[in-house]
Design a protein around this ligand. Sequence first.
Ligand code: SF4
Ligand code: SF4
Length: 174
Amino acid sequence: MTELQKMKRELYRETSLCYQCGKCSSGCPVVEEMDIFPHLIIHLVSLGMEDQVLNNETPWICASCYACAVKCPNDIDIPGIMNRIKEMARENGIKPKRNDIYKFHKTFTEDVLRRGKVHEFRIMMEYNMRLGKPFKNAMLGPKMLLKNKLHFRPPKEVKGFRKWIKKFNQKTEK
Ligand code: SF4
Ligand code: SF4
């Protein structure tokens, strides 16, 4: 069984627990930006409607804030599912319609893979460069610096991160 098939089977198993109460969508802070509500994505996954799921912008808009997951009465890992959908879309060569969303996702994941933690300053710079707008949101920089939210130096690597990545790569290569 390929990784993709395994992923599909796991996704189906997890989402089949959902009884569509809608609590996840009611607490989502970015729901207005989404194509369809998060609970409907879960429903489509449980029905195996792959095309509709993979060609939807909702998983790309998801900010992985976990506000939905803490409300779910069935402990469904909704942000985790959104992330797996994005990975499946990437494996199938599907990108979000909005290019800026894809560029941000790429910048964010590449940075997390460097040390297991994000370096906000680097993300902002790289994202702006990818957009071809080096000074986008530049006015936020001084405000974030004053609030000690922006650091020029990258954070320390998460303990055991290299080992974990090595294991993960070996597993996905099998
Ligand atoms: S909160 Fe959980 S059970 Fe309710 S709709 Fe969302 S995923 Fe389904
Ligand atoms: S994790 Fe994603 S879907 Fe869930 S509340 Fe946050 S943004 Fe919405």
